[in-house]
Write a protein that binds this ligand. Structure first.
Ligand code: UD2
Length: 315
């Protein structure tokens, strides 16, 4: 395989990365996806330059030949969601830990140039200090957070023990076009946007004063590519925050969205969600310094673009 591989490449973030790779000059991109949550339609615009392989990262023998010899494997395939990992810990363990081990092993045995791994800001848990910096001790509060942290550790151990080049990017609440709003486990902004366009009230878990560093999907895709290109001696085996550096509460966001639409809808409030982190905000110093991270989308820009995409897709 002579071109970049994206596991989970038919998903919301993976497909944005595939488009970014092609836009930045990749001739073709190979996608490995089990289509559990990925969709072929996410890749429709670029289908003629994408090789799609329906395979599951839990099956080593199925994925090893697909990764062999690739210049880079972006490993995004996962079962996300904090609450899903609490109600269904087995499938998320199998995909996020066993599957990640299979990807690292296949990459190392297959001579892959570098693995860029999609880690999660959830690894920090609740910290006394904001923003959260990579030198803080992790403190996972849910199976999902722990699983994503184990994947980071596998990356650094495959680097130190076998010399595989790996970089882990801790994503901070990624949002944008194509995020699927249809499940109770969907990202909060995809749910807020569809509720807003339907003119109905969202349910906010807790008091709505929890905050997140929401990061626009194209900025994350751009950073993944930078993590591939950054000098190995500087970045290999390391973990970087892939956030924006800002922080907005759910109450603020719902008010902003209502203002953009010129409506007034009171949200409903429910109980706190198990495993939830209260505040999340990235210190981006290391990513800026070592990877050249330079987010292009302010939160308001990203919100407006995303809202327009949902409006068009609901039509
Ligand atoms: C976590 C990670 C994120 C990413 C993601 C993948 C943190 C801080 N972030 O996102 O980096 O790995 O997992 O799944 O751990 N909420 C509502 N109403 C809804 C839905 C959600 O109030 O209908 C709340 C939810 O309780 C939480 C916030 O919105 O406080 C964000 O929830 P989310 O599921 O979008 O993402 P989160 O923070 O679990």
């Amino acid at each position: 395989m002579n071109y970049p591989v994206v596991t989970g490449g038919a998903g919301f973030i993976g497909s944005a990365l595939v488009r970014a790779l092609l836009a930045q000059g990749a001739e073709r991109v190979s996608v490995v996806d089990n289509f559990l949550s990925g969709k072929a339609e996410n890749l429709a615009e670029v289908a003629d330059r994408v090789e799609i392989h329906r395979a599951d990262i839990r099956e080593y023998n199925a994925i090893a030949p697909l990764l062999k010899g690739a210049p880079v494997v972006f490993h995004l395939a996962a079962i996300p969601s904090v609450p899903r990992s609490i109600t269904e810990p087995v499938p998320s363990h199998e995909s996020n830990i066993d599957g990640t081990f299979n990807v690292m092993r296949a990459a190392q045995e297959g001579g892959v140039g570098r693995v860029v791994y999609a880690a999660s800001s959830s690894a920090y848990g609740d910290t006394e200090v904001l923003p959260k910096v990579e030198t803080m001790a992790p403190n996972p509060k849910s199976p999902y957070a722990l699983q994503k942290l184990v994947g980071e550790y596998y990356g650094s151990v495959f680097h130190s023990c076998y010399g595989l080049e790996t970089v882990a990017l801790r994503y901070f609440n990624v949002y944008g076009p194509r995020q699927d709003p249809s499940s109770p486990y969907s990202g909060v902004l995809s749910i807020f946007m569809t509720k807003l366009l339907e003119r109905s009230a969202p349910i906010i878990f807790g008091d709505g004063e929890q905050s997140r560093d929401f990061t626009y999907v194209e900025d994350v895709a751009g950073l993944c590519i930078k993590a591939w290109k950054a000098p190995a001696a500087t970045v290999s085996g390391k973990v970087y925050n892939a956030g924006n550096g800002g922080r907005f509460t759910l109450n603020e966001i719902w008010r902003t969205l209502c203002k953009i639409e010129g409506v007034q809808i009171e949200p409903q409030y429910g109980p706190d969600r198990a495993g939830d982190v209260k505040h999340s905000q990235a210190d981006t110093t290391a990513a800026v310094r070592d990877l050249g991270h330079a987010p292009r989308f302010s939160f308001e820009d990203g919100l407006r673009r995303t809202l327009e995409w949902y409006r068009a897709s609901l039509r």
